[in-house]
Design a binder for this molecule. Structure first.
Ligand code: 9D3
Length: 248
């Protein structure tokens, strides 16, 4: 899986790639990330990447030509990308389903905006997609690009070392996680649930599944409407609803 990230803060992006799961994926040759300094694609003495907005108003707007030249250069040197994604607050929401879609592509370019925004002709003439990572105001697209690279790289086979973690993600797909415990058996006056110390693997499996369902129902009920539940899960949800009727 190949990513190219275009930014005016290449060191900020490089720092975010230097640790953790993505860094190991890069070291293993499973993920290839190239970071490009947008100012290398400017044509004027001041290396300008922004200009005043047509129509007036506050702030500055990112010029289209440096971004277009960067993508042309990436196409020439790294091959034609499958997607050119503009990170922007106006984009469609980046979700796990979107991460899965991108993980099936070979080559993705990520364009990071700054200032008040990017000249809209970048969206219409250069980008194939526009994505936002959520409804909060960031200072630019760099952290969003790192979020996308992290979430997508985890889905590239071999990047996440523990194959069981990936399998459990599919087990709990669309649900919140169950609670986790490690030693000591008592902390802050709270004991680890006895079932987890029992050694009964089938009971542990059922407890985790039911607890994940209960938490999802309590905290994120909207996730249950789109989750594909199996027979066991639907039966457990019914039990949980009955338990809640008894103790409201
Ligand atoms: C305070 C400025 N806002 C006026 C309504 C507009 C605005 C412009 C530029 C808000 C944020 C940004 C910079 N953000 C991004 O480039 C960005 C982003 C985000 O802010 N939130 C969630 N996802 C993303 S992806 C790129």
């Amino acid at each position: 899986m190949k990513f190219d990230i275009v930014t005016i803060f290449p060191r900020m992006v490089a720092a975010g790639l230097a640790e953790g799961v993505v860094s190991r994926g890069i070291d293993q040759g499973l993920v290839d990330v190239a970071v490009h300094d947008l100012r290398d694609y400017t044509a004027d003495r001041h290396r300008s990447v922004d200009d005043v907005p047509y129509g007036g108003g506050p702030g500055m707007v990112m010029k289209p030509e440096p971004l277009a030249r960067a993508v042309d250069d990436i196409r020439a040197r790294r091959g034609a990308p499958d997607a050119v994604i503009l990170l922007s607050p106006q984009g469609r929401r980046f979700t796990q389903a979107e991460a899965a879609r991108l993980s099936r592509l070979e080559h993705v370019v990520l364009l990071c905006g700054r200032y008040e925004g990017v000249d809209d002709r970048v969206r219409t003439a250069v980008a194939t997609d526009e994505l936002s990572i959520g409804d909060y105001v960031l200072s630019g697209g760099e952290l969003a690009a790192l979020v996308v690279v992290d979430a997508v790289s985890r889905l590239v086979p071999g990047v996440v070392g523990d194959a069981q973690s990936v399998e459990e993600e599919s087990f709990s797909r669309g649900l919140l996680d169950y609670p986790h415990y490690t030693r000591p058996p008592e902390f802050a006056g709270q004991r680890v649930p006895a079932v987890l110390l029992s050694g009964h693997h089938e009971e542990v499996r059922r407890w985790r599944k039911k607890t994940a369902l209960r938490r999802t129902l309590e905290r994120r009920p909207e996730l249950l409407t789109s989750a594909a539940l199996d027979d066991e899960e639907r039966a457990m949800l019914e039990e949980i609803r009955k338990e809640q009727e008894r103790e409201p």
